[in-house]
Ligand binder design. Structure first.
Ligand SMILES: [Zn+2]
Ligand SMILES: [Zn+2]
Length: 357
């Protein structure tokens, strides 16, 4: 019989893995093989498929099982190891950072050694949502929400489009949730598979840009249980008013100061009187200033009781506006270019660069 087999590390009798170490000492010093420090699990949010080594395959329902599948494919056992598998796992979340760890129990069998051994490994875990190619192709037919963004007068300006896109980019996961962008003459349609994201974007467009939001549902088929399958259409109309623009409120001219948090703040032109209203009220009561109500001219004289304006428009009228019935917006001096708005007995003289017209 050969000489007694003794582990060089702990002195234990018994089978040695590599002629030197017992299985326990081998695992403690070298581990069962190469185990990645972290893994990323990419799952399709629709069908649960998991991407393993660049290829999509039907995945388990449970995210732990999906992570185990990814980890298993990434294990590289040492040559002394006959089999290495994940026998159990759970996900731990660091409450401070929110980062995830997959704590996996690995079951090891060594070549020429009886029995199984277990060792635990903690692996960083990143969860990613991504549509698998099959679901991506089906997405066009599975659109659950359409966000129709329109300008207030039936066309969407480039600046409005930019503002909308910037806002969408600021909503978490929104850009990924859009499955199609359809350009239309009157605006843009954004298509989503997820109604929640579409609603979140609409809510932000209302709150930050003052958009009017109207939801409607359209039956697009029947589900397997016979209930109607509906598609949500969210009509988002951007307002004519934005910070700096002039608007009519009843018979008064107001300057929009800000749109934020679903409220529109305004100031009566030529005064310091400020007020606010919610977006819906603003849509009901604010009117754009009709272009024909605005005339342009040059201030030619300023007297204590009068402001003189030479109109440059078609009429070329020379106006002597009584101070008492005239509100002046901005610092106006002789030579200033101004917009003149006459509403009933009230005149407004607005420095042209503030008129936003
Ligand atoms: Zn040992
Ligand atoms: Zn899928």
């Amino acid at each position: 019989m050969a000489s007694r087999l003794v582990c060089v590390r702990c002195g234990a009798d018994g089978p040695l893995v590599d002629g030197r170490l017992c299985p326990r000492c081998f695992l403690e010093t070298q581990g069962p093989g190469r185990v990645p420090g972290s893994i990323a699990v990419t799952r399709c949010p629709r069908c649960g498929s998991v991407r393993v080594q660049g290829r999509w395959s039907p995945g388990p329902d449970d995210v732990v099982d999906a992570a185990v599948q990814v980890l298993t494919s990434a294990l590289r056992p040492w040559e002394q190891v006959e089999s290495l598998e994940v026998s159990g796992a759970y996900i731990a979340r660091n409450p401070a950072t929110g980062s995830l760890t997959l704590v996996a129990r690995l079951r090891v069998r060594f070549r020429g050694v009886e029995g199984e051994y277990e060792v635990e490994r903690a692996v960083g875990l990143e969860l990613r949502n991504q549509l698998c190619p099959a679901c991506f192709r089906r997405a066009a037919g599975a659109v659950q929400a359409v966000l129709q963004v329109r300008g207030w007068d039936g066309r969407l300006r480039a600046s409005e489009r930019r503002a909308v896109e910037e806002l969408i980019a600021s909503v978490p996961n929104a850009a990924d949730a859009i499955v199609e962008v359809e350009e239309r003459r009157e605006g843009v349609d954004y298509k989503f598979m997820d109604q929640g994201v579409a609603r979140a974007i609409a809510a932000k467009l209302r709150s930050a840009l003052g958009a009017r939001v109207v939801e409607s549902h359209k039956v697009i088929g029947r589900r397997s249980d016979g209930k109607p399958k509906t598609r949500l259409t969210i009509s988002v109309r951007l307002p004519f008013f934005r910070p700096g623009s002039l608007a009519l409120l009843g018979d008064k001219l107001v300057v929009i100061e800000s749109v934020a948090g679903g409220r529109v703040r305004y100031r009566e032109a030529g005064t310091r009187r400020r007020n606010s209203m919610d977006v819906e009220e603003a849509w009901r009561s604010l009117r754009p200033l009709p272009p024909e109500a605005v005339e342009y001219g040059l201030v030619t004289a300023i007297e204590p009781g009068w402001i003189h304006v030479q109109l440059l428009g078609p009429s070329m009228d020379y106006l002597e506006l009584p101070r008492r019935g005239t509100r002046v917006e901005g610092d106006v001096e002789v030579g200033s270019e101004v917009a003149v708005v006459r509403l009933g007995a009230q005149n407004y003289v607005i420095r042209r660069d503030l008129a936003g017209l």
